[in-house]
Design a protein around this ligand. Structure first.
Ligand SMILES: Nc1ncnc2c1ncn2[C@@H]1O[C@H](COP(=O)(O)OP(=O)(O)OP(=O)(O)O)[C@@H](O)[C@H]1O
Ligand SMILES: [Mg+2]
Length: 455
């Protein structure tokens, strides 16, 4: 059957046997390369791939077992053919040794040709299953990790889908979302997937640069353009030419600069400060903001024309609390990332803790989650992240929501009641878990429940 066809490297120092076996295997539809030299076989294995490697045990130059041992040591499992050893009765032990090293099977000499064909066919099936399995694994990993963007919620699927689509174009992209939702991560993913990925992605944080400097930062200046401009300097738009420019926190840009930016977007050219000559640029603009630009337009704080120029392809990343199903995968990812980074073995996170993390509202979104996990990994004593490592760290503790009064006792009672309420909420009403989240005994919890008449 055609589906059983595979490529085979056959090595036996006895010419007659080699020819007979080779002929039978070819007749069965396989592609066979044969050699009487173990050294030659070694070279061939280094030069090309085979599905199956059939090797005799006793050979003058180099024994089959040693050949296998050397080969296995130098080639990763996933890149090796299935190995079959032929051996005489007296040396069956070395065949078993070979199997311990990773050989799939052995044939005891003398054997019938049919027996060889069956074993080879089985080895091919085995090899194909392994290949398919590895493919499925890699595909799963890829699905799980789209350019480092973790998240299989419908909302994130849509974000990833749009990012992929827009990467192929040069359209302007506007990424919106609360702080820490991954706007910069998505901007980088778009650039890295684009035809311009070998060109630079230049980032400008519009909020971090004082208004007076931002213009020269963006467009550059010539010598003498202003006091202190002792040399000519290229701006970020010039530097990003041919690539992408990432304008972060675009909502903070002042009206004058908004107008200048609008012109660049419309005409694809700009003048460096103090220069008479305009420069042409060919680049993609990716802008991001955590503000509601539409609202700002309505309030007259953001130019309407500019908004429409930027909002060609909008990508909105929802806050983490609106896609809680992403939390377990993110937690896994960050546990792995940070335990690897600091070289500590963390196997998993306590189920109750995970439930708590999934219920928390994460005002700082993925960034806050990552920080929480990083600290938990650092502070964890054992291989399991426990409630204690996380609860001291913010996730399960109340936010500074403002105290009800200035009366100390009243405030303390309020904090106690609020803590219990949240812990119960986070543990789905299971008292044992709530007590653990709070770091107190179940008896102590019963006392508080009675004190505050909570049931
Ligand atoms: N879906 C995600 N998968 C993996 N990591 C993520 C994801 N979303 C965010 N992160 C990580 O969280 C952190 C914050 O993300 P990023 O800086 O992109 O957020 P942002 O939206 O730009 O925030 P800000 O508005 O505060 O600038 C980064 O370390 C980023 O790698
Ligand atoms: Mg950012």
């Amino acid at each position: 059957m055609a589906t059983h066809r595979g490529s085979i490297l056959l090595v036996d120092d006895e010419e007659k046997i080699l020819k007979a076996l080779g002929r039978a295997l070819r007749e069965a539809g396989h592609e066979v390369v044969d050699t009487t030299s173990a050294r030659q076989a070694q070279r061939l294995l280094g030069e090309r791939t085979f599905d199956i490697f059939v090797v005799d045990n006793v050979m003058p130059e180099l024994g089959g077992l040693d050949l296998i041992r050397e080969y296995v040591a130098s080639t990763p499992d996933g890149e090796r053919p299935a190995i079959l050893m032929m051996t005489a009765h007296a040396t069956v032990e070395s065949a078993i040794e070979a199997m311990k090293l990773g050989a799939l099977d052995y044939l005891q000499k003398p054997f019938e040709i049919d027996e060889l064909l069956v074993v080879v066919r089985r080895a091919l099936d085995h090899q194909r299953m392994r290949t398919e399995y590895r493919y499925l694994l890699s595909e799963r990993d890829e699905q799980f990790d789209h350019y480092g963007i973790i998240g299989r919620s419908r909302a994130m699927e849509e974000v990833i889908r749009r990012a992929e689509l827009v990467a192929e174009t040069k359209s302007t992209v506007l990424i919106t979302g609360e702080t820490g939702t991954g706007k910069e991560l998505v901007a980088r993913a778009i650039h890295d997937r684009s035809a311009q990925r070998d060109m630079p992605l230049i980032k400008v944080n519009c909020a971090a640069i004082p208004d007076t400097l931002l213009e020269s930062e963006l467009f550059g200046h010539v010598r003498g353009a202003f006091t202190g401009a002792t040399s000519t300097k290229k701006g970020k738009f010039g530097l990003a030419d041919g690539g992408s420019i990432f304008l972060d926190e675009i909502g903070t840009m002042n009206p004058t600069l908004q107008s200048k930016l609008l012109r660049v977007l419309q005409e694809r050219e700009f003048e460096p400060l103090g220069s008479e000559r305009s420069e042409k640029v060919d680049l993609r603009v990716i802008a991001a903001t955590n503000r509601d630009l539409r609202q700002m337009v309505a309030e007259g704080k953001f130019q309407e024309d500019l908004f429409y120029r930027l909002n060609v392809i909008p990508i909105e990343i929802p806050p983490l609390r609106e896609r809680r199903e992403d939390i377990p995968a993110l937690v896994d990812h960050f546990v792995q990332k940070h335990s690897q980074r600091i070289g500590r073995r963390i196997d998993r996170i306590d189920d109750g803790v995970l439930a708590g993390l999934q219920q928390y509202d994460w005002p700082g979104n993925v960034r806050e989650l990552e920080n929480t996990i990083e600290r938990a990994v650092v502070l964890s004593a054992g291989p399991v992240i426990s409630a204690r490592a996380v609860s001291v760290l913010g996730a399960a503790t109340p936010q500074a929501t403002g105290l009800p009064s200035l009366k100390l006792r009243q405030n303390i009672e309020w904090v106690e009641r609020e803590t219990i309420r949240r812990a119960l909420e986070n543990s789905g009403g299971v008292k044992k878990d709530a007590a653990e989240l709070m770091g107190i005994s179940q008896r102590a919890l019963s006392y508080y429940l009675a004190k505050y008449r909570i049931d």
